[in-house]
Design a protein around this ligand. Sequence first.
Ligand code: ISE
Length: 319
Amino acid sequence: MTVNVGVIGAGMIGLEHLRRLTTSVTGARVTAVNDIDQARAAQAAAEAPGARVADSPHELIDAVDAVVVTSWGPSHEEHVLACIAAGTPVFCEKPLATTADACLRIVEAEQAHGSRLVQVGFMRRYDTGYQALRDAVTSGEIGAPLIVHCAHRNADVPDTYTSDMAVHDTAIHEIDTLRWLLGEDFVAAGAVLPRRSSRAAAHLIDPQILLLETTSGARIDIEVNVNCAYGYDIRCEVVGETGVRQLPDLVTADWRERFGPAFDAELLQWVESVAAGRTTGPSSWDGYAAAVTADALVAAVREQRQVAITMKDRPEVYR
Ligand code: ISE
């Protein structure tokens, strides 16, 4: 079966996903594209043989087997809810939605539907380096995890980048990956702020050191440093009771190059699961958990205090 996919949102990441689905991911073809900018939608559709421009997200949803949502973050909720209402599987780029309440509305809609339809684009779970770290933890090879040291460094960021984005847009990857890697939720957030980099724009708090505590009492520190000048550098070292493992040392120009293979694997797995009639991978619940944690971290940075993280009970659908 070839899965007919519609793409809502033809910006940078939308185009990346469209190209992947057209050239490297087997089992799918993009048949419709929608964007608030019709010309941009037409340009994107021209890259996928047989694809057309859909007049509206709703018209697109009705015409395809599955949807990729890569529109502007604040519109994710509307588009994902429309897919759920239509019973259509949907891959939504991160963030699932821009507030924890909006994520919860998606969770509730999926629960009412009775089974999962949503996969969230947390692609680091498909990175072989992180998978090896997770294996080292789950196999017991390094003993129970005590501490995780992370760094998320970007060479630079556009002027539109804000201090809150350091959490909501950047550290959000560590938030999800570490929940998955450690198999635990977080109970508390904190932040320590070093002196500001002279390379950072005047409005920006950069770098930031974000702190998390897990339910078992393991501690995580995440350096977010988005003006590091030298490249895209993602580090993660897990300190267990009997050993230590880290990601391979790999500095690239940007995230596209660093996580290209993970994006490929993520979309291939999504297409295969849609074809098999089930939804796997990072869920709406994971999107909600990431949003709640991100809100606590932003408060910790702004208010310079420890912030408790509390989540609703995990519904049966996500167990
Ligand atoms: C961007 O949105 C990403 O997803 C990248 O992985 C991250 O490194 C960057 O900081 C974000 O702005």
